[in-house]
Design a protein around this ligand. Structure first.
Ligand code: RFL
Ligand code: PHB
Length: 429
């Protein structure tokens, strides 16, 4: 009873004082009281993947308190091999978050990429067309760096959370309930950030009659392997071959990441390492195939390809970020980068709220985030359509695909458009 009264009072006070008074909000936010499994914070973040951790750390740099609730363990999150290419926007956010040193020391700056089809190979010159490179640095390392700064700052991350439910998102005082090893807990907050990926609970909290979903499922997947071998080329190679798409990527000079298009009913166990290397060799340009260094795979998995967007990305005090709101096929490396632009818009909006007592940012969040999301969706869809073999592709479709590749190879304006999208469109102010 006493706890509940105190709790209601601080929840109410925090909310009122937060409006228009940073200092008080910061002081209250930092005063996280925990009693009987109840915690008070400013922003409850569901999901401790890259979106959730980055948002939490950025808010921390401005004295805005958050609690991250993660369904898995830290090791599990770090075990997921995913993105490898970071746009400058994300690089800049890592700098603002105070955890970019290792990325700058160990990441690889790429000024272009190779595209191959039939017996042709050409290069898209990012530097020449946009003056901007991309950074090759694995999502695993981004996440590791974010965990490190969150832990150094005593950031609150709860692992192994189950049964997460978001309450009152459309009211004034949202709260989140969950269990850890059967123990019921609750976080009261001003806002909830849904950073819990495609299979999380946040998106589904938005009522069905408010939510509109757009989806395209592709009739193939990517079989990917990680191997402790030197990359076949110093830049990425995207290959359109009659046997299907292939991608040569990397994590560092001793760690390569390769993908081949596969059918949706395929399984990683169907592929010995030798079979994978043989198939990759058949799909990439001959001069590269000849110098491909092979070795045992240390990870092998299949990812289906999907385009997905949910609208709106805000419902009351709940804001969706990253894969919770949208998915792109990995062709063009936009998933993590689009998650990062959401984080940028939400972080800016929350700063505006706490520091300037302005609702303008949070009111504009969904529209601003979606405007950029749809451009990334278009680019990923276009690049996927250009590079893959579709089961139902007619001879006409194939001719069009080759004509488009030839146009891209020879047309500077088309290359510039591709480079601008690949390195990442600017964040709107
Ligand atoms: P994540 O990474 O899925 O993290 C969500 C977190 O939420 C947790 N969670 C919950 N926690 C609490 N309660 C619940 N009910 C929960 N439900 C889920 C999960 O355990 C998880 O830890 O989403 P986030 O943070 O939005 O990050 C998105 C990125 O991970 C994703 O977009 C990229 O990996 C996509 N992607 C790529 N993106 C790029 O920008 N560049 C690339 O080069 C790139 N390559 C890729 C990719 C994705 C791939 N796969 C496997 C889908 C390559 C591949 C193969
Ligand atoms: C990766 O390195 O995992 C990667 C790189 C580029 C992509 C997709 C994935 O387009």
């Amino acid at each position: 009873m006493v706890i509940n009264f105190w709790y209601q009072l601080t929840a109410d006070l925090s909310w009122r004082i937060a409006i228009g008074c940073t200092t008080f909000a910061v002081v209250l936010g930092a005063r996280i009281d925990k009693s009987g499994g109840q915690v008070k914070t400013q922003v409850a973040i569901i999901g401790g993947g890259p979106s959730g951790l980055l948002l939490s750390q950025l808010l921390h740099t401005r004295g805005i308190d958050s609690v991250v609730l993660e369904r898995k363990t830290k090791d599990y999150v770090l075990g997921r091999i995913r993105a490898g290419v970071l746009e400058q926007g994300l690089v800049g956010l890592m700098e603002q978050a105070g955890c970019a040193d290792r990325m700058h020391a160990e990441g690889f700056v790429h000024d272009g990429t190779l595209i191959s089809y039939q017996d042709q190979t050409f290069r898209i010159d990012f530097g020449g067309h946009t003056g901007t490179p991309v950074m090759v640095y694995g999502q695993t390392e981004v996440t590791r760096d974010l965990y490190q700064v969150r832990e150094a700052a005593n950031g609150k991350i709860e692992y192994n959370v189950e049964d997460v439910i978001i309450h009152n998102a459309d009211g004034d005082r949202p709260f989140v309930t969950y269990t850890v090893a059967g123990d019921a807990r609750r976080v009261d907050c001003d806002f909830v950030a849904g950073c819990d990926g495609f299979h999380g609970v946040s998106r589904k909290t938005i009522p069905q009659d408010v939510r509109r979903e757009y989806e395209k499922v592709y009739p193939f997947g990517w079989l990917g392997i990680l191997s402790e071998t030197p990359p076949v080329n110093h830049e990425l190679i995207y290959a359109n071959s009659p046997r299907g798409f292939a991608l040569c990527s990397m994590r560092n000079e001793k760690l390569s990441r390769y993908y081949i298009q596969c059918s949706l009913d395929d399984h990683p166990e169907n592929w010995t390492d030798d079979a994978f290397w043989a198939e990759l060799r058949r799909r990439i340009p001959k001069d590269h195939a000849d110098k491909l260094v092979t070795g045992p795979s240390i990870e092998k998995s299949i990812a289906p390809l999907r385009s997905f967007v949910t609208e709106p990305m805000r419902w009351g005090r709940l804001f969706l970020c990253g894969d919770a709101a949208h998915i792109v096929p990995p062709t063009g490396a936009k998933g993590l980068n689009t998650a990062a632009s959401d984080v940028h818009y939400l972080y800016t909006a929350l700063r505006d709220f706490y520091e300037n007592a302005s609702d303008a940012g949070i009111d504009a969040y969904s529209q601003k985030a979606l405007a950029r999301v749809w451009k990334a969706e278009r680019f990923s869809w276009w690049f996927s359509s250009l590079m893959h073999r579709y089961p139902d592709q007619s001879d006409f479709d194939l001719k069009i695909q080759i004509a488009e590749l030839e146009f891209l190879k020879s047309n500077t304006a088309a290359q510039k458009a591709m480079a601008e999208n690949y390195v990442g469109l600017p964040y709107e102010r």
